[in-house]
Design a protein around this ligand. Structure first.
Ligand SMILES: Cc1ncc(COP(=O)(O)O)c(C=O)c1O
Length: 369
């Protein structure tokens, strides 16, 4: 019996729906991970990722893990026990960064913002000046609250004090322009299942020369063999593609097709499409009593955090279930402090279009009538 799953419109925080061409690429006949034909595809993937991240870093690669593994790679490689790390926390994923850094032995200083607001760059700069950290880390697009964090001032403050700057781009890559090199970001990671519109399973990531220098200067080896960049360099670096672990060939083929689609559309047009879809959604939700959580200048277009009307809050889980069961539409619940108060409606990649928005609005109108 073949596996049979229902058809879903995925308007949660990810995964998002995938174009059939991406699924088709993943179903290509398998080749080996040491086959030159596969290496040519990998080369293309790495080059397209550099374009999307806005970097010339040679060490730009699809890590064989999800977004959380990308986060793990950043801290595993840069932190040694006792190192001071400043983490900006606007929600659940900033919180997760602090926890991951702590597990590698970091002495973590937290700078927090109220849910739905961005980090204050001056507060971050003051903490950086006081603590003199080895690493400064924060989230560009905080999926738990829908805020888009301005990057430049915080990155500059970190760089001026000699810290490595780590940026979570899981939800922003290929939905918003990224310029890692111009911003002064040393390490960044993302995931395939959001705006790239690819199944989950890979973490596109980029590491600059200062991270590689830091690894050479470590007093002890990177504690996670699988994510040690000095070892991954043998396969994903510029050399001979020496075996480290078996690259997930089919997943990389899917990513290659997804990246071709992004580049064919162009990042500017793609960003515009995400913004237009978000505007259409918020305009349609307003008469139903759903209000955006985040002020307009810092609102993410691909992840719309909306406050639920008071009457809906006690029955929000039930309403989400009805959307899924009766209409085949998935939306995301609130996370952490915002659980029960907000929904997170993702319009990512293929779904950042008028039709998915209109389908959700029609279903909601019917359920709330
Ligand atoms: C901002 C952010 N960081 C990290 C992650 C973790 O990624 P994954 O669930 O792919 O491990 C997510 C996932 O939603 C995210 O939105």
């Amino acid at each position: 019996m073949p596996i049979s799953l229902p058809d879903r419109l995925l308007l949660g925080p990810g995964p998002s729906n995938v174009h059939p061409d991406v699924l088709g690429a993943m179903a290509s006949p398998l080749v080996g991970h040491m086959d030159p034909a596969f290496h040519a595809v990998l080369e293309e993937v790495q080059s397209r990722l550099r374009g999307l991240f806005g970097t010339t870093n040679p060490m730009t690669l699809p890590l064989s893990t999800t977004g959380s593994g990308g986060m793990e790679a950043c801290f595993a490689n840069t932190v040694e026990p006792g190192d001071r790390v400043v983490v900006g926390i606007q929600g659940v994923f900033g919180e997760r960064m602090a926890e991951v850094a702590r597990r590698y032995g970091a002495d973590v200083t937290r700078v927090e913002s109220e849910p739905g607001t961005v980090l204050d760059p001056e507060e971050m700069a003051a903490a950086i000046a006081r603590v003199e950290p080895v690493v400064v880390a924060f989230v560009h697009a905080e999926t738990s609250t829908g805020v888009c964090q301005p990057v430049e001032a915080i990155a500059r403050a970190g760089r001026e004090r000699g810290a490595l700057v780590v940026l979570d781009c899981v939800t922003s890559l290929s939905g918003l322009p990224l310029t890692l090199d111009a911003w002064g970001i040393d390490a960044a990671y993302s995931g395939t299942q959001k705006c790239l519109a690819c199944p989950p399973g890979l973490s596109p990531a980029s590491f600059g020369p200062r991270v590689l220098e830091r690894i050479t200067a470590r007093t002890r080896p990177v504690p996670v063999w699988y994510l040690d960049l000095s070892l991954l360099d043998g396969y994903f670096g510029s050399g001979d593609r020496i075996y480290h672990h078996t690259a997930p060939v089919s997943a990389v083929l899917g990513l290659a097709e997804a990246l071709r689609r992004v580049d064919a559309e162009g990042l500017e047009a793609r960003e515009r499409r995400h913004r237009e879809a978000s505007r259409r959604l918020l305009e349609g939700l307003a008469p139903l009593g759903f209000e955006p959580l985040v002020d307009a200048p810092h609102r993410l277009p691909m992840l719309n955090a909306v406050r639920l009307p008071e009457a809906v809050q006690p029955v929000e889980a039930e309403l989400r279930n009805r959307l899924l069961e009766r209409h085949g539409i998935e939306v995301g619940a609130g996370l952490g402090k915002l659980a029960g108060q907000i929904w997170r409606i993702g319009l990512m990649g293929e779904n950042a279009r008028p039709e998915p928005v209109d389908r959700l609005l029609a279903a909601l109108r019917e359920e709330l009538a």
